[in-house]
Design a protein around this ligand. Structure first.
Ligand code: AMP
Ligand code: MG
Length: 314
């Protein structure tokens, strides 16, 4: 059921059941992060592998500190500048966080989401919420309550409707190594944003697998093939027999059906429409989806990451 009833959402969560919640990144499938049996329901409903840990959501910096062993100065700087917002921090977990929430790992990834309904919901609870994206594992992430309903409607009691997610991409995950910030997953806040806002340069992580096990190669997939091609028209010209659908970053004449994510190559608009338009292309009458590489600057890197993984066959 879809609705805007905060009291109902909070009652269901207090009973240890699941509720889908709106955030500015994507919709999350939430449960009490301190209750292993509630958390187990998330893995089950999403068919998520048990080695893939969940992000924990809290209402404030003060709350975040209850669930970690340390909150170093650099974490404080990030939190003060970007929370509520689309950065998640990897920090040593407090023992109160069950192993199931972090898939047995010693650290927890935590953030304060930037959505008024969800912040109010979090404030009404005396526990944090574990919430991965509210979709079946490996499918396209949901950015509206209707997307959640289509994918998981039969498995969850309530979907809290907060409108379309304002950012539309998952959060940026940062770890702290020797007092320096390292990016584990590109997301809604870019390295450039961090540098501009607090003057800190973020490094890149080279051992992603160990630190961030859910960064699987194949992820966010449409059900029909999605191909990244250098030039859509050239591709169609040399393979004229397919039924194609194109995802475009700006207005452009193409030789097939198209979905225009932004008329003007606006990165924030592209991010905001990406998952929704991947679904639309998936549901039209084409056999496959074509997309050109995106410029890898700013959140273009996070967009590129999602597109590359959506196009991966393994
Ligand atoms: P999401 O699927 O958007 O909820 O993001 C979850 C991702 O965050 C996981 O797939 C991991 O890559 C990362 N993550 C979450 N919790 C942890 C953790 N405790 N340790 C390492 N990575 C984590
Ligand atoms: Mg996800």
């Amino acid at each position: 059921m879809i609705g805007e009833d905060l009291l109902k959402a909070s009652e269901i969560l207090k009973r240890g059941e699941l509720v889908a919640i709106p955030t500015e990144t994507v919709y999350g499938l939430a449960a009490n992060a301190l209750d292993p049996s509630a958390v187990a329901k998330i893995y089950e409903a999403k068919e998520r592998p048990s080695f893939n840990p969940l992000i924990v959501h809290v209402a404030s910096i003060k709350e975040a500190k209850k669930y970690v062993k340390e909150f170093p100065e650099i974490a404080e700087q990030i939190a003060k500048a970007f929370w509520p917002g689309s950065i998640s921090l990897l920090l040593p977990k407090h023992s109160i966080i069950p192993d199931l929430t972090t898939a047995g790992l010693p650290n927890v990834v935590i953030r304060v989401p930037n959505h008024p309904l969800t912040l109010e919901l979090l404030k009404s609870l005396d526990f944090p919420l574990a919430a991965p994206s509210a979709n079946l594992s490996n499918t396209v992430s949901p950015t509206t309550a209707e997307h959640v309903q289509l994918g998981l409607g039969s498995k969850i009691d309530y979907i809290l409707d907060g409108g379309k997610s304002a950012i539309g991409l998952e959060s940026t995950i940062l770890a702290i190594k020797q007092d320096k910030l390292v990016i584990l997953r590109e997301g809604g806040v870019s390295r450039e944003d961090i540098l501009a806002k607090i003057g800190i340069k973020v490094g890149v992580n080279f051992s992603n697998k160990i630190q961030s096990p859910g960064n699987l190669k194949k992820h966010y997939s449409t059900s029909k093939p999605l191909y990244i091609v250098q030039d859509i028209n050239k591709h169609i010209g040399s393979n004229p027999n397919g039924r194609y659908s194109a995802l475009l970053f700006e207005e452009k004449k193409v030789l097939c059906k198209s979905h225009i994510l932004s008329k003007t190559y606006s990165m924030s608009e592209i991010a905001n429409n990406l998952f929704d338009y991947m679904r639309r292309a998936d549901n039209d009458n084409s056999d496959c989806i074509l997309i050109e590489p995106i410029k890898e600057i700013g959140i273009g890197r996070a967009i590129a990451d999602r597109i590359v993984r959506a196009s991966s066959k393994i």
